[in-house]
Write a protein that binds this ligand. Structure first.
Ligand SMILES: O=C(O)CCC(=O)C(=O)O
Ligand SMILES: [Fe+2]
Length: 330
């Protein structure tokens, strides 16, 4: 039987008001010491993680990128990620002075049947100048440092991936298309009562070209295995980053590279922090299969679309696995 409704929020609008409007997030709920998960977070059975579908033997490739020295960056970014909570109320949807900085909770609460157990601060980046003008000082330096250090890896990865498509030169236009803007999220998953009834993040693929993700030592991220039915845990490895292919790269590569479906479970005993950098085209870019591929006689399977339209489509609906990319199909 589902647990009974947590007492302070038997009225749904009171919960929405506390978590979303007042900006307390799930952190606020968690710190109240609730004994049971509020019903708004109870996910339908098919969206909860079923441990019988976890492939214990399977793991993802681990690549040694020896010249990336990260332990200190990792430590300071995780610390910054835990401190942003102090300033979050200034950056909720109604209060944020700029669209570049947004505090939020769940994913798209207005479109979701069940909420997700996650708070985040999201920082949009096109230039250092803009970041200095708009980002909160409490985590600005650490996030910029993390992004700057990651940029080396991002450029290398994109270069190799383009070579794999027989695109040998990544000129400025191409580089801007692949990594012209970035978004760094500071994700916080507080301790959850009844974690098995909800999710940290529901099944989705990212809409980036690549996502570079730093996670703390708690764990809980799963990716869908190649057989389609099973989920593989991505164990935290000290000094490592998780790299995901996102939908934009799937579209640009005309389906050669495939975005990875992933999800995060909630945790009943530990708070978790993760820091993804979503490497994106710019909102005003038109994305579609690269002209080099089409000129080689390949049939395009995706249309040319405005990246900001793709982003809007993603955020208009609840998480729904790999469905988002169908929006770009021809
Ligand atoms: O927390 C994680 O490990 C992943 C988060 C995620 O998938 C996202 O923010 O898109
Ligand atoms: Fe993601």
């Amino acid at each position: 039987m589902a647990p009974t409704l947590a007492q302070p929020f038997d009225d749904s609008s009171a919960l929405v008001d506390f978590v979303i409007n007042q900006g307390n997030g799930v952190k606020g709920l968690s710190e109240m010491g609730l004994k049971a998960l509020p019903k708004q977070y109870i996910q339908p059975l098919e969206e909860r993680m079923c441990m019988t579908n976890v492939q214990a033997q399977e793991s993802i490739p681990i690549i040694d990128m020896s010249n990336w020295h990260s332990p200190e960056v990792a430590k300071s970014i995780c610390e910054a990620a835990s401190r942003w909570a102090e300033v979050k109320n200034n950056y909720s949807k109604d209060h944020s002075p700029s669209n570049n900085v947004r505090f939020g909770t769940s994913f798209t609460p207005q479109a979701e049947k069940a909420l997700e157990w996650k708070d985040y601060l999201s920082l949009f980046y096109v230039s250092k100048e803009e970041a200095y003008a708009l980002w909160p000082t409490i985590c600005r330096e650490q996030v910029l440092d993390f992004m700057e250090k990651s940029e080396v890896v991002i450029k290398q990865l994109l270069q190799v991936l383009m070579k794999g498509l027989h695109v040998d030169e990544v000129d400025e236009t191409k580089q801007s298309l692949l990594m012209g803007s970035m978004r760094t999220n500071l994700n916080y998953y507080p301790i959850c009562p009844n974690p098995e009834l909800t999710v940290g993040v529901g099944r989705h693929s990212d809409i980036s070209t690549l996502t570079i993700l730093l996670q703390d030592e708690v764990g809980g991220l799963f990716v869908r295995g190649n057989d389609g039915d099973n989920w593989i845990h991505i164990p935290p490895i000290k000094g490592s980053l998780v790299i995901n292919v996102g939908d934009a790269l799937q579209i640009i590569s005309n389906g050669k590279y495939r975005s990875v479906e992933h999800r995060v479970v909630a945790n009943g005993s530990k708070n978790r922090i993760s820091v993804p950098i979503f490497v994106n085209p710019r909102p005003g870019d038109i994305i579609g299969p690269l002209s080099e591929l089409v000129e080689n006689g390949e049939k395009p399977i995706y249309k040319q679309i405005l990246y900001s339209d793709y982003v809007k489509h993603f955020f208009r609906k609840a998480h729904d696995g790999k469905k988002t990319v169908e929006f770009a199909e021809l």
